[in-house]
Design a binder for this molecule. Sequence first.
Ligand SMILES: Nc1nc2c(c(=O)[nH]1)N[C@H]1C(S)=C(S)[C@@H](COP(=O)(O)OP(=O)(O)OC[C@H]3O[C@@H](n4cnc5c(N)ncnc54)[C@H](O)[C@@H]3O)O[C@H]1N2
Ligand code: MOO
Ligand SMILES: [Mg+2]
Length: 425
Amino acid sequence: MNMQTKDDRDKFHRKPLQVKAAQQLLAAYGKPGPIETVPLEESDGRYLAEEIRAPHPFPRFRRSGMDGYAVRSEDTASAGSDRMVWLDVIDEIPCGSVSGKTITPGTAARIMTGAQVPEGADAVVMLEMTELREHGGRMQMGLKRSIEPGKNVTPIGFEVQEGEILLRPGRRIRAGEISVLASFGVHRVPVYRKPRIAIFSTGSELLTVDEPLQPGKIRNSNTYMLASQVREAGGEPFILEAVMDELPLAKAKVEKALQEYDAVVTSGGVSVGDYDIMGDFVRSGSVDMLYNKIAMRPGSVTTAAVKNGKLLFALSGNPGACFVGFELFVRPFIQQALGSEQPYLTEWTAVLDRDYTKVNAFTRYVRGSVEARDGVLYAIPAAVDESSVMVTIKDSDCLIVVPPAKEATPAGSKVNILMLKGNRL
Ligand SMILES: Nc1nc2c(c(=O)[nH]1)N[C@H]1C(S)=C(S)[C@@H](COP(=O)(O)OP(=O)(O)OC[C@H]3O[C@@H](n4cnc5c(N)ncnc54)[C@H](O)[C@@H]3O)O[C@H]1N2
Ligand code: MOO
Ligand SMILES: [Mg+2]
């Protein structure tokens, strides 16, 4: 039987840090950069690294909104149901062409949607409102309705003025942003390089996913789950081989990974057990420990340390705790490295759908699904949400934040939820 040592006493009496305080500690290390440029078609999902200003107004020319005729509105003033106004058609302007003619009194030009409205014209009449005839060897269009100035003409700069800021750094590039970039000719897009995150699990019980099961062993799921979370958060995951619960192995692996990658995420071995070597490692002095206990559940044993300005996130081995630890601490780091405007999970309010009976001294982050009923958001806690439970992670749209309470939280209570799915703003 082992005697209790000073180290044991240190690890048994850890001082828990609040989640927000831990996030603040970590924020000092989450700096955006470096910048790389990628082709526009590869920029989807990336984070813009430079401000984009409009080099020209948009639209850049007066644009027809209809297929029809470009006219001078004042020429149509006398048109009415019993009085047809006829105008000479002096040109035809397909999209992409610029007319060399000016619309003078008594004339019009046939024009297509998207084409540049010719000089002199200040309105476009849609084709369906007009008639066409040949008269004295000239083509004429007629209409029975007066047209107001500006009708069906999109003015220059209607959408964007020259010099206007269109996109700021840290903006996630999606379909709408890509449309902006393409419209202004940004074919090589400056983006923040994806932070390179090394991931490995610790645990002598771990098998690779393709190994047959053996007595007492389990397959390593956390590594792959974490890699998916890294990708979803905008980082680039690097899966390293899992290590046995032996301190020198883990120490060598972490130290090498910290040199080669932007951050290291491990799972397992952070509690107080005899083989919880990651806990021993962060207390060994080879890294500076930031914290080794958080006032939250699951994931109270979540640990972080720093070496040469680089972070080690030592997450719990319990899958549920590992998942939550990532979302609360690693995701913001990745998002900060991408210059994201909003690194933390978005907080919404919802109505708790059923009683949540567990009580705890720490804030709980309960996996739940979200449903909208009659415009009200309901949060439904997962049936089983123990830290060690893996299978309900897949069903969580959100984390329901249950503050420390001595009594159950009844159905109908207003709760804050952290959105996981559909959150990627
Ligand atoms: N005496 C105490 N025991 C425990 C405490 C405590 O305060 N006092 N805390 C409990 C809590 S809370 C948690 S959470 C766990 C944390 O455990 P560790 O982070 O040390 O993780 P391990 O011991 O390595 O593993 C825990 C559990 O998770 C499984 N595991 C580990 N790695 C993986 C992986 N890559 N993929 C899938 N599953 C994994 C492992 O087999 C264990 O079942 O400690 C409590 N104990
Ligand atoms: O770290 Mo443990 O999950 O608090 O459940
Ligand atoms: Mg353990």
